[in-house]
Design a protein around this ligand. Structure first.
Ligand code: C2O
Ligand code: CU
Length: 492
């Protein structure tokens, strides 16, 4: 054997060994990846039914820990209702139907506008005519008792076909609100299961003309109170108008006023203190949010445009029918209006939470993909924010997810303390729906004064269905309902 053929043989032997080993290594490497992936996928699968109070992990926000939490005692959610002995002041029946994927409430979409006066007890009977998936009604922005909040699987069972459900709550705060389904909400809301709710102040100004603009984009396009294009209403020169705008869509609505200056009278059902006149700014209305604009109709009329697709003209059209150009800058509520008392001290909060929104690869109920994360965790392994009644609570919401998120906390109004470290200097800026743009950090505070289990989620309802959902829970409260189960409760 020549040295070269010897070398040759060795080379061939090694090549043979390597060739044999390569698939083994490949198999081992594949398993090393697949086994944990399989486990991750498996562990992301949601059970047929589950209690939201038991999913994820508990976050006490640096406040006192309740050792008994989750041990099956406390007030059940279903008992957190309005005074059952008090008779109703306003009574309505809302019947929901679906035909060819279009939802209607009493035959229309948007459904009828519910109106009440502050202090009224509102009683609404929801009837499910023919919706297979079941339905609920959530009173967006109204801080109702927990059992009236309308979240399938959290505060009630979905109302199945042929069934009905009664909601009762006191209209405590005058303002502009809306109602929508919170069962398969990313489908049902988009397809029209919604309407407005206006709570009038005890003494409404009789000299003010009230107008409402419910914005909704159906499969057929953008609408204003169900109508496409421009809507014209009569208004006298010199008439002062309060225009209540509701954004029922998944994204920010941009509005601008042509022909007259305007004021931002109220945001998310809370009056702005000392609202100044605005004439060269547009307004960004978050998904789920509401704004009340104040204007005085000038001689040539005034026009409000919504994203360039729908418009409301009061009196004459100052633009002669063309879509006027939108101002470049947005109104910044961080410095708009005059400061005032907020009613509690945010200096040393009882609890401080992080709500850091990100996006990362993983599995959502077994589906691989890039999903929204909360504090690095994917749904359902998300924080349960725990509070005790009476706590002053501060949330730091940071958005590093690459997209914007209109964040909505149920059952409470929070006041904005700062954005990106810059303190709020204007009117107290109370929100239930807050646009948190990519890269932004907001600090908000609220008083924990409404016991229950409350959703705290993104109101781009597609994002919510993709897992951008957490909950706020009070100590001394226990679940009454489960997601899934007999009613197929599916809040997102
Ligand atoms: Cu308007 Cu949980 O939503
Ligand atoms: Cu979102």
């Amino acid at each position: 054997m020549t040295p070269s053929s010897h070398g040759d043989l060795r080379a061939r032997t090694w090549a043979f060994v390597r060739a044999r080993r390569r698939p083994l290594l490949a198999v081992a490497a594949t398993l090393a990846i697949l086994l944990p992936l399989g486990w991750m996928r498996q562990s992301s699968l949601l059970p047929d039914s589950y209690d939201v109070a038991e999913m994820g992990y508990v976050d006490w926000g640096g406040g006192p820990v309740d050792q008994h939490h989750g041990m099956g005692h406390g007030t059940p959610v279903k008992d957190l209702v309005a005074d059952p002995d008090r008779p109703a002041d306003v009574r309505e029946t809302l019947t929901v139907r679906v035909d060819d994927d279009h939802y209607t409430v009493n035959g229309t979409s948007p459904g009828p506008t519910l109106e009440a006066t502050v202090g009224d007890l509102v009683e609404v009977t929801l009837v499910n005519d023919n919706v297979d998936d079941g339905i609920t009604l959530h009173w967006h922005g109204v801080d109702v008792p927990n059992a009236e909040d309308g979240v399938a699987g959290v505060t009630q069972d979905a109302v199945l076909e042929g069934e009905e459900h009664v909601y009762r709550f006191v209209a405590e705060d005058a303002g502009t609100y809306w109602y929508h389904s919170h069962q398969v909400s990313h489908e049902q809301v988009r397809r029209g299961l919604l309407g407005a709710l206006v709570i009038h102040p005890a003494e409404a100004d009789p000299g003010t003309q009230e107008e409402l603009a419910v914005l909704h984009r159906y499969a057929e396009g953008a609408t204003l109170n169900g109508e496409k294009g421009t809507t014209t209403v009569d208004a006298e020169t010199g008439q002062s108008v309060r225009l209540r705008v509701v954004n029922t869509d998944n994204g920010l609505a941009t509005l601008w006023v042509t022909g007259a200056p305007y004021r931002v009278l109220a945001v998310d059902g809370r009056e702005v203190n000392g609202p100044g006149e605005i004439d060269d700014r547009k307004y960004g209305l978050p998904a789920g949010g509401r704004v009340d604009l104040g204007l005085v109709v000038p001689e040539g009329g005034v026009r409000v445009d919504f994203g360039g697709s729908t418009a409301l003209v009061l009196g004459a059209d100052p633009s002669g029918g063309d879509v006027p150009r939108a101002p470049k800058e947005y109104v910044d509520l961080l410095s708009y209006g005059e400061p005032a008392e907020i009613g509690f001290d945010t200096g040393s909060p009882d609890r401080r939470f992080d709500y850091r929104i990100g996006k990362r690869p993983g599995f959502l109920d077994g589906r691989p993909g890039m999903w929204w994360s909360i504090n690095g965790h994917l749904f359902p392994d998300i924080p349960m924010y725990m509070v005790t009644e009476g706590d002053v609570v501060v949330f730091e919401i940071h958005n590093g997810s690459g997209d914007n998120h209109p964040m909505h906390l149920h059952g409470h109004h929070a006041v904005v303390l700062s954005r990106d470290g810059e303190p709020a200097t204007g009117s107290p800026w109370w929100v239930d729906s807050l646009e948190v743009k990519n890269g932004e950090t907001y600090e908000i505070a609220f008083l924990a004064d409404n016991p229950g289990i409350w959703m705290d989620h993104c109101h781009n309802l597609v994002h919510a269905a993709e897992g951008l959902v957490a909950h706020l829970m009070y100590t001394g409260v226990e679940s009454s309902f489960r997601v899934g189960g007999r009613s197929n409760n599916s809040p997102e």
